[in-house]
Design a binder for this molecule. Structure first.
Ligand SMILES: Cc1cc2nc3c(=O)[nH]c(=O)nc-3n(C[C@H](O)[C@H](O)[C@H](O)COP(=O)(O)O)c2cc1C
Length: 254
């Protein structure tokens, strides 16, 4: 090796060129993979909604099946303050979680049982079937567990009261403890439970050591704090501050 190749200048030039080539490769990959990433994220979101609604099983969540099932769903925006649907915001453009983090589109909560701190003014809702007389109504839910915020979807029958399914797609609770919210046997207890007692606007659904047949499911063993969080978040999103006013229009005698 010639002495020349050991010079500081050459070493720095080689290091610089190597960095340049690597950064071009990495940014090129990031840019070219972005559409694929977005497609996968959208597929994931759609799968979670359909699985929570009980419209597909997790093993059936292929691109074709998910897209075909999602065709049957109308995505709408609800003004959470009035419970009315609105066309003022395009559901395709609306990012509910981003809206919740932005002080221009959300408000701090005086009473915050779900531990979410800020509440967005508008919420997405996924309707299966007719808008006036739906087969299923699916709402996003979120709230604090012990270690993390749990994000999921709650699916109701068209009566705005009977639960069709519940599924969380993101959380960091401990596997085997709070993480049992993902256990298929536990989730299977939800369909058929009623959110509200007849004529009441107060949600009654939740987790309990002695679950009532009508409204509650078994608590999560060894995970009292996650269980309390799940009860609180479900009651919050089906209650007055969440989608309660919207759901009331589908219920009889409210
Ligand atoms: C490593 C570790 C992980 C835990 N993960 C959870 C959890 O995910 N959710 C939860 O509610 N409690 C969890 N706990 C237990 C809580 O610290 C607390 O003891 C428990 O919620 C008390 O309720 P219990 O009466 O159900 O035991 C965990 C504890 C340990 C040591």
């Amino acid at each position: 090796m010639s002495k020349n190749n050991d010079s500081m200048k050459k070493t720095l030039t080689v290091a610089f060129l190597l960095c340049l080539v690597c950064s071009v490769i990495v940014s090129g990959a990031a840019v070219s993979l972005k559409p694929l990433q977005e497609r996968n994220q959208e597929h994931d979101r759609r799968s979670n909604i359909l699985i929570a609604a009980g419209l597909i099983q997790p093993r059936e969540a292929t691109f074709e099946r998910v897209n075909a099932e999602f065709e049957k769903i109308q995505v709408k925006v609800v003004d959470l303050r009035t419970g009315e649907l609105t066309d003022a915001i395009s559901p395709e453009e609306y990012d509910q979680l981003r809206a919740a983090a932005d002080p221009a589109t959300s408000d701090t909560l005086a009473s915050d049982p779900a531990g979410i701190r800020r509440l967005e003014r508008y919420g997405l809702v996924y309707i299966v079937g007719d808008l006036e007389n739906p087969d299923r109504i699916i709402i996003p839910v979120r709230g604090s567990g012990l270690w993390s915020t749990l994000y999921g979807f709650l699916a109701l029958e068209g009566d705005g009261n009977t639960i069709a399914g519940l599924g969380f797609y993101q959380h960091a609770e401990t596997p085997g403890l709070g993480g049992e919210v993902d256990n298929a046997n536990w989730k299977a207890q939800w369909p058929g439970k009623q959110v509200f007692a007849a004529g009441s606007m107060q949600p009654r659904l939740g987790l309990s050591r002695n679950p009532s047949a009508e409204h509650e499911v078994d608590t999560l063993a060894g995970a009292t704090l996650t269980a309390r969080g799940v009860t609180n978040l479900l009651q919050f999103w089906t209650g007055d501050q969440g989608y309660g006013r919207f759901l009331a229009q589908f219920r009889q005698g409210v």
